[in-house]
Design a protein around this ligand. Sequence first.
Ligand SMILES: O=C(O)CCC(=O)C(=O)O
Length: 262
Amino acid sequence: MRPTEREQADFDRDGAVLMKGVVPDEWLDVLADAVERDIAEPGPFFNGYMPEAGRFHGNLRIWETHEGFRAFCCEGPLREAAARFLGAKRLNLFYDQLFVKEPGTPQPTRWHNDQPYWPVRGWPVMSFWLPLDPVTRESGALSFVAGSHRWDRWFQPEPFAKGAAAYERGENYEPMPEIDAGGYDILSWDMEPGDALAFHAMTVHGAGGNLTADTRRRGYAVRYCGEGCTYFAGPGPNDNLRNPALADGDPLDSARFPAVWP
Ligand SMILES: O=C(O)CCC(=O)C(=O)O
């Protein structure tokens, strides 16, 4: 999964790039099995983002309780790709997250950038997002605002689920502009199982609902941090991502954010 020169250049310039056909089938089988297990028996951080219409199964930190996800995050091929994209000599796993939008789930994933939701500071922070189904705009493809990772703008975290508790307000956090009103360079790709999106933690992104009648949209994200990143628990991060073993300013090394590369 080493990025090509073009993929690296696109990632650096746009903050997001599609890698085609890079995740081996063996791993896709492991992940598909692990997703069904998580849906049948969700781990403790399950979030049903949209109980009232369709099904939007969200969960995070699932590698901690499912062996298939653990092996993929800690021993699988994303690590080398992350180290290269970030120019990092060593990596910590930050966490993993599941976003399954079943057919007929109209809820979009709101525009956001990730790092304000996360108790980590530092530049070398990124995600991969992998589909286990063919993904189109109609089934909930992700979209990215090209170059927004370099804006250095921290957008106020807002809940994905309607009616969920508000996030702590950060005095330096801004409201998200009206991205859909136009004027932005939007990147979005159809995807197949085996493809992976690589994107920076500051890149503004969102996704449509799954408006299809019969195509699932199982998406799985894995987040990594390079050396130099530190823990910082406020304002606003997702409570389930706080790590009581760390104090602000600490390096990430810990059972929750294990060193996974080299
Ligand atoms: O899958 C989705 O709908 C959203 C994914 C996302 O926002 C992320 O992985 O950071």
